[in-house]
Design a protein around this ligand. Structure first.
Ligand SMILES: [Zn+2]
Ligand SMILES: [Zn+2]
Length: 194
């Protein structure tokens, strides 16, 4: 879909006679949506929604779904985040007081006093709504699996891949010195995964 930085939906066909339409949009979130913390976009997302005309406003309700990559909050390993997020928004058509020219980019999205999105033409932009829904749906803490063992606080080993032999509880200074030595000498590959 080119370099479009918007998800424009033409609603000019909606009227009292035909108040509802269903839309399906597949788009690539990379470069158009800032990923939530610890998330990396890896594949297209799908928006399925209905748009309902209510005189002056358009009600959008549906879902955005797809997959992204996320880092586990405990072991820092990437895992698949299955996205299936509700999408609800209201758009209100207002007079084009500050319009752009007929050519050129679409006008900036403005949010009205009740959280509704203001639109001036016949197209509404789903992008800010999708972005907000994704950010809200992304938990601050997420785990690769419910029983993720995390990383050993001493040597940094991913404990899902096996025990490391460190004895965390002991306060024996000789052990922590040993652990430090192991960390320096061992296979301490960087935890940074990208
Ligand atoms: Zn994990
Ligand atoms: Zn360890």
């Amino acid at each position: 879909m080119g370099a479009a930085s918007r998800l424009l939906v033409d609603v000019s066909g909606l009227s009292e006679l035909l108040p509802t339409t269903a839309i399906t949009v597949r788009f690539n979130p990379q470069e158009v949506i800032e990923p939530p913390l610890q998330v990396r976009w890896t594949s297209p997302l799908l928006v399925r929604a209905t748009v309902q005309y209510g005189g002056r406003e358009f009600i959008v309700s549906g879902r955005v779904s797809g997959e992204a990559e996320r880092l586990c909050s405990r072991c820092l390993s990437p895992f698949i985040w299955n996205i299936d997020v509700p999408l609800n928004a209201e758009y209100r058509r207002v007079q084009a007081a500050v319009t752009d020219a007929a050519e050129g980019p679409a006008p900036e999205v403005v949010v009205g006093p009740e959280g509704e999105y203001l639109m001036t033409g016949d197209r509404l932009d789903l992008l800010p709504v999708v972005e907000e829904a994704l950010v809200l749906a992304s938990p601050i803490q997420a785990y690769c699996r419910p029983d993720c063992g995390g990383l050993c606080p001493v040597c940094g080993q991913n404990l899902n891949e096996g025990a490391c032999g460190c004895r965390v509880e002991e306060g024996d200074p000789r052990l922590s010195a040993l652990a430090r030595w192991l960390q320096q000498a061992g296979d301490g590959r960087p935890v940074d995964s990208r």
